[in-house]
Design a protein. Structure first.
Length: 270
């Protein structure tokens, strides 16, 4: 469904600030798969999502979505098929617009534009049902500005907006990292429900060992712009956070991960 073939991306090439963010990354994701991506800061995990979304063009390689090459498609063209949620709860929504207006914009993503009322009474009724099903108690606040909500509420609605049209691919870029634990748990619950219900093909970046171990059916571990480990099937089902730490320790022994990074991982888990 998503095919990534030998992609490379280098930022600031030929300068002292050169960063080889992606190095010959190969990845194929089957329809309906829920793939978790984990790695240290600078490992290339968010850069991988940006490459897929079209935030920049890769230097080399090809990307295909549903068998169609999208390597040279700009971000707005890919957005018809891709839903995305960012780390910052305030990214991806218009704060001064109402909840209903934000949801309506999401529902019209990729559709032909014209003159007419976008937010009809029937549309608003449908949106109310979708918000009610989330269990957030916001169904009677659709006329409130989305900027007046808490970070957790806003991120939950951003998740709904990303999945409203059942995209061919859902990208989640550390979408709970900026939330308090209670809000993060709520957003993860909604994430699991939506992915399972709509059978969404999903690529999710996280720093959380717990999320990496217990979510999804496949795990990709990235180090220095490369895929260092690909865990799936029964091995993924049995995976525990301590197993991930052991994998990172193996990489450290192979000198793919330095001592400082290994120590940071240990502190994060403890």
């Amino acid at each position: 469904m998503l095919e990534i073939e030998q992609i490379r991306k280098t930022f600031h090439p030929g300068t002292p600030n050169e960063v080889r963010a992606l190095q010959d990354v190969d990845l194929r994701i089957e329809p309906g798969s829920f793939v978790i991506v984990i790695g240290m800061n600078g490992s290339g995990k968010s850069t991988l999502l940006n490459a897929v979304a079209g935030s920049f063009f890769v230097d080399k390689g090809r990307l295909k979505l549903k068998g169609q090459e999208v390597t040279l498609w700009p971000e707005h063209r890919r957005s018809k098929f891709i839903g995305r949620v960012f780390q910052n709860p305030f990214t991806g929504t218009a704060p001064s617009m109402t909840i209903a207006e934000n949801l309506t914009l999401a529902a019209k993503r990729g559709c032909p534009r014209g003159l007419g009322w976008a937010l009809s009474s029937s549309t608003k009724s449908e949106l109310r049902e979708r918000v009610y099903a989330m269990g957030l108690g916001l169904e009677d606040r659709l006329d409130n500005a989305i900027g007046s909500l808490s970070g957790g509420q806003r991120q939950s609605l951003t998740l709904l907006m990303a999945g409203l049209l059942k995209p061919d691919l859902l990208l989640l870029d550390e979408h709970t990292a900026a939330l308090d634990p209670k809000s993060a748990d709520q957003v993860i619950r909604l994430t699991e429900e939506m992915i399972r219900r709509d059978k969404l093909t999903t690529l999710m970046v996280t720093h959380s060992m717990h999320q990496a171990a217990y979510l999804g059916d496949r795990l990709i571990m990235m180090v220095r712009g490369r895929i260092a480990c690909d865990i799936q099937g029964s091995e993924k089902q049995r995976l525990k956070p301590e197993d991930l730490l052991a994998r990172f320790e193996d990489l450290r022994r192979e000198e793919l991960l330095d001592e400082t990074a290994a120590a940071m991982l240990q502190r994060q888990y403890v």
